[in-house]
Design a binder for this molecule. Structure first.
Ligand SMILES: [Zn+2]
Length: 377
């Protein structure tokens, strides 16, 4: 996985926005390119609500709900942002305990969802899929249906106000009772017409490695019209990514370890399974040794469909524009490659054609004004 990605050649990047010819990954980007990445219309498919709580909102919720938590901005920020590099996935998951404690009533869920949609709109994300585990938010008596309804309402309202398109993914948790996850799937499917379009499984992979434990929940989600993704390879590398194929997903959340297994890469290509990758988050969880060593460029160049996301706005303390910058500066993706990855998200998103077609038109119109990205005659 630590294999070095090749540097782009002179032919790969040209013009005022592109990386300086001959610059090695790790070199600073020109200001114009940094601005371009901010302005670029972006689509983000792998983003967790509970990992994206605003510090100000967390302070307010802790105070008004009587939750034992830091009372200063600095203290709260330190509690919500994950360690730059933890020993493993289980350690990183601990950063979610406090946000989940704060997200136990409808008002809090709706507000946090609106905050996140606003933050994404400000970063020029025009299409976002936000996921969360509704069963984690029923500890203080909130019903599953009311909890899901609150996130749906927050997403609808903020999307309308901000002029961006949002879809939601319901995440089942690996450690939960498989029967509860069936009920979750059935309940989530009731909100399909209100933008809840996807189904996911996440959580501690080392302790609960087999997604087929929840086969009935996947079946119920599919029967309810939800589209299927699953977290994989946050532990266990390529074999865990292969294992995830047993639930027949359209997309896999993470799975960078696939790059170590050429046969698996070929199978993912043949099946058209997309990897929704998050380099900074993967480095935090030590799935990859460093952001620079992340195999997103290698996978993309091999023809494997990939998308690029942050995973978590707060836990990773990262905007999508910053992750795009990392992808060019540290990983060595060229601007056209990065654009292709961004644009692909609109081809694999969990939304219908009527929703996606105008977004594609808008993205393409933007790219037409950038010489490096305009389609060649
Ligand atoms: Zn994730």
């Amino acid at each position: 996985m630590a294999q070095e990605t090749p540097s782009p050649t002179r032919e790969d990047v040209r013009g005022p926005y592109a990386r300086v010819d001959g610059a090695r990954p790790g070199g600073p980007l020109p200001d114009a390119l940094i601005r371009l990445l901010q302005q670029m219309p972006k689509a983000e498919l792998h983003l967790h609500l509970d990992g994206s709580v605003r510090v100000d909102t967390a302070l307010d919720l802790a105070r008004t709900r009587g939750i034992d938590a830091p009372t200063t901005w600095t203290g709260m920020s330190a509690a919500l942002v994950g360690p730059p590099q933890g020993p493993d996935q289980a350690e990183l998951l601990r950063a979610f305990d406090l946000p989940i404690a704060l997200m136990q009533d409808a008002e809090a869920l709706e507000r946090i969802t609106m905050d996140l949609v606003e933050a994404k709109a400000a970063d020029n994300v025009r299409y976002a899929e936000i996921r969360w585990g509704p069963l984690l938010h029923t500890a203080r008596g909130l019903s599953l249906r009311d909890g899901i309804g609150a996130v749906v309402a927050g997403a609808e309202r903020a999307a309308r106000e901000q002029g961006i398109t949002v879809r939601l993914i319901c995440t089942a948790i690996r450690s939960h009772d498989p029967r509860d996850n069936v009920v979750l799937a059935e309940t989530a499917a009731l909100f399909r017409d209100r933008g809840l379009t996807g189904w996911d499984l996440a959580g501690q992979e080392a302790r609960f490695p087999d997604p087929m434990t929840h086969a009935l929940a996947f079946e119920a989600a599919r029967a309810g019209g939800l589209r299927i993704t699953v977290h994989a390879g946050e532990w266990g590398g390529a074999p865990q990514v292969r294992r995830a194929l047993s639930v027949d997903p359209e997309r896999i959340a993470h799975g960078p370890g696939a790059a170590d297994d050429p046969r698996l890469m070929a199978e993912l290509r043949a099946r058209g399974v997309v990897l929704d990758l998050c380099p900074t988050s993967n480095a935090q969880a030590t799935i990859v040794p460093t952001v620079a060593a992340h195999p997103i460029a290698r996978l993309h160049r091999a023809g494997n469909p990939v998308t690029l996301s942050t995973d978590d706005l707060t836990v990773s303390d990262l905007t999508l524009s910053e992750e795009y910058r990392n992808a060019v500066e540290r990983i060595g993706l060229t601007l056209p490659e990065l654009w292709a990855i961004d644009r692909r998200a609109l081809d694999v998103a969990f939304a219908d054609e009527a929703t996606l077609a105008p977004l594609r038109t808008a993205f393409d119109a933007w790219a037409a004004g950038i010489p490096e990205l305009a389609p060649r005659a």
